[in-house]
Design a binder for this molecule. Structure first.
Ligand code: AMP
Ligand code: MG
Length: 499
């Protein structure tokens, strides 16, 4: 007798958070089907966390995640938001190519499941509602890479591909990424109800519901909204510190691309630093360098002001000036939190267990030298773990990365002395440092190799790279090539907003 294993479906909640807000916040609509769909990548590790391992292997999952079959009785939702793009108010935006299938109960809590690239929505504006294979693989790999680096992010469960042509600079093919997060709400959702809809009651409802569901600790505060604004500022500050420490550049930090939960969201023209260049611009379309690496924390601060501005009408009656002042105070801790998080992360990256007043100077001096020479950031930080602190130690592996050997040697003497001062034990420190300085980051050329293979119909490289990136701190000697310097051709890779 043929056995028919019963594959358990995702456990959809009847009414998810977004749906329960009511129709002013979204539009209901089905996904647009795609022809001849196939799996491009599946994330078994995430599927296991969600209790969906068997489901993800099923033909039904393929059709659901392609947008070809309904996930459940209730139709998907596209949410409406607005935002500031490149510092300019852009008005209404919204999920132009994303659809929320719903919210599931899982062993790791409630999670929203969203398709990206599933067709036109009422918010598609001039777009086609689609995502191409290239950008979908980039999002899939990077969100998982970030998660395993310990950086808050939306997750990616799968990528489905289709031969359907999609026109960008060239003709590419369509794909759909399945994204997973407790919520995909952005700063822009709040800006929408404050400025575009001009509906203080709707804004208030959104704020109250978000606090109730995602920031319950803020309910106890005298003014929950202010506590909420403060908490968002703190989370954003910590996220920025994590981005900076690992050398991650987002590329499009518009207010509609900043998560209210402090997650990394909307992977487009992102990049990881190769050579250390504070003014590195990863987005080819960012001509002014507004979102350059070193500017990210400042941009986040700017975006928090936009959020505070949007929250103003939700404070209700009273003196507007006083309210503005209170909101300003609420987000103010961003700066101190960013600085202390950054210093904490950098001390760990430099293997400094004790805290000394001149640590920032010591750290900064190496970074300045690296900036002057464009020293490879991930490789230099990883090699720093092998630094021998004994007097006269050669430290060639690290030293060889620098052109100005004298400058490095001078710094090395100070560092060695600093380590000896805290009685640092080399072997023990190396273990600590290797657990915070990743060996493997998703450099552009690694993603590009996986993409080129996938575009030729071979998805094994995407799956292999996913596995490597799920253990970024482990040595994995068999994948040494993924931890090397970027090849010459990597400089030709141009990543723009087009996705
Ligand atoms: P982004 O900056 O890429 O996150 O996108 C900004 C806005 O444009 C969002 O509202 C997206 O939903 C929308 N958008 C981007 N690409 C497309 C597309 N191909 N079709 C429809 N909407 C899109
Ligand atoms: Mg976006």
């Amino acid at each position: 007798m043929i056995e028919h294993p019963i594959v358990s479906e995702p456990r959809w909640r009847d009414a998810g958070f977004l749906q329960s807000l009511g129709p002013g916040y979204w539009s209901e609509l089905p996904a647009q089907p795609l022809p001849e769909v196939h799996w491009v990548a599946r994330n078994d590790a995430l599927a296991a966390e969600l209790g969906l391992v068997d489901w993800l292997r099923s033909e039904r999952a393929l059709q659901v995640l392609a947008g070809n079959a309904p996930a459940r009785a209730a139709p998907p939702l596209a949410s409406v938001y607005s935002g500031h793009q490149f510092g300019v108010w852009a008005g209404q935006l919204g999920d132009g190519r994303a659809l929320l299938l719903g919210e599931i109960d899982s062993p790791s809590g409630a999670q929203e499941i969203q398709l990206k690239g599933s067709g036109l929505t009422p918010y598609s504006r001039m777009g086609d509602g689609r995502a191409v294979l290239r950008s979908s693989i980039r999002e899939f790999l990077c969100s998982e890479a970030m998660h395993h680096l310990g950086i808050p992010t939306t997750r990616a469960l799968a990528v489905v591909g289709s031969p359907q042509p999609v026109v960008r600079e060239t003709v590419e093919t369509a794909a759909v990424v399945t994204r997973v997060a407790p919520s995909f709400l952005r700063f822009g959702h709040f800006e929408h109800f404050a400025h575009t809809a001009g509906d203080a009651a709707a804004l208030r409802r959104l704020v109250d519901a978000v606090i109730e569901r995602y920031f319950p600790a803020c309910r106890e505060a005298p003014v929950p909204l202010l506590a909420f604004a403060r908490e968002v500022a703190l989370r954003t500050a910590r996220l920025m510190a994590q981005w900076q420490a690992v050398g991650f550049c987002h590329g499009v930090m518009n207010t509609d691309n900043l998560s209210i939960l402090g997650l990394t969201i909307d992977y487009g023209p992102y990049g990881f630093l190769d050579g250390f260049d504070p003014m590195h611009i990863c987005n080819h379309s960012d001509h002014q360098g507004r979102y350059a690496y070193a500017r990210q924390p400042g941009v986040a601060w700017w975006n928090l002001h936009a959020l505070a501005q949007a929250l103003l009408p939700a404070l209700g009656d009273g003196d507007p000036q006083q309210h503005a002042h209170a909101l300003g105070e609420a987000i103010e801790p961003f700066k101190a939190e960013f600085e202390s998080s950054m210093l904490h992360l950098l001390r760990a990256k430099f293997g400094l267990a004790a805290e000394r007043d001149d640590d920032p100077k010591l750290i900064d001096d190496l970074l300045r030298l690296m900036a002057a020479e464009r020293t490879d950031y991930p490789i230099a930080m990883r090699r720093l773990a092998g630094f021998a602190s004994a007097e006269g130690a050669a430290n060639d592996g690290l030293r060889d990365l620098f052109i100005d050997r004298a400058a490095f040697d001078a710094w090395g003497l100070r560092y060695a002395q600093r380590l000896r001062d805290e009685h640092s034990i080399d072997a023990e420190r190396r273990l600590r440092m290797n657990a915070v300085n990743p060996k493997f980051v998703l450099r552009n050329h690694l993603a590009e190799q996986a993409i080129r293979r996938a575009q030729a119909g071979d998805f094994t490289e995407t799956q292999r790279l996913l596995k490597v990136l799920q253990r970024p701190f482990d040595e994995q000697p068999e994948h040494e090539a993924d931890a090397g310097f970027p090849p010459q051709w990597a400089q030709q890779i141009a990543v723009s907003c087009s996705s």
